[in-house]
Ligand binder design. Structure first.
Ligand code: 5GP
Ligand code: ZN
Length: 106
């Protein structure tokens, strides 16, 4: 939990969002500025800033994040989808709380 992190605030329930899934480890919600017909974010509840900060202890969490993508894409009516993880400012990352983008319905 980081007090000035927008995704931690969403996880805490302090900022409303269009949530599509939640469990003990993840929250998944629609992107506020969708770049395709369907665009949602898979966000671990653990505050990790970037993919570069992941260690072996995060392997299972990262695997679970990817495993959620097809299940939730299907629940959104997608037959196929794209995934993206931006890493670092130079990698186009704007929110420094790791997340997987899922795009579909092009
Ligand atoms: P990044 O560039 O870090 O990979 O992507 C961050 C994403 O978070 C952007 O696509 C942006 O539109 C989305 N985003 C930023 N703030 C909010 C918010 O308050 N609510 C939601 N639902 N999405 C957000
Ligand atoms: Zn955070």
């Amino acid at each position: 939990m980081s007090t000035d992190c927008i995704f931690c605030k969403i996880i805490k329930g302090d900022i409303p969002t269009k949530k599509i899934y939640e469990d003990d480890d993840f929250i998944v919600f629609h992107d506020i500025k969708p770049m395709s017909k369907v665009h949602f974010l898979i966000v671990p509840k653990l505050h990790i800033e970037t993919l570069k900060d992941c260690t072996e202890t995060h392997q299972s969490l990262l695997g679970k994040a990817l495993m959620l993508a097809p299940k939730l894409a299907e629940s959104q009516g997608l037959l196929g989808f794209k995934t993206l993880i931006n890493t670092g400012r130079e990698g186009g990352q704007e929110v420094f709380h790791i997340h997987v983008h899922v795009f579909g319905g092009h």
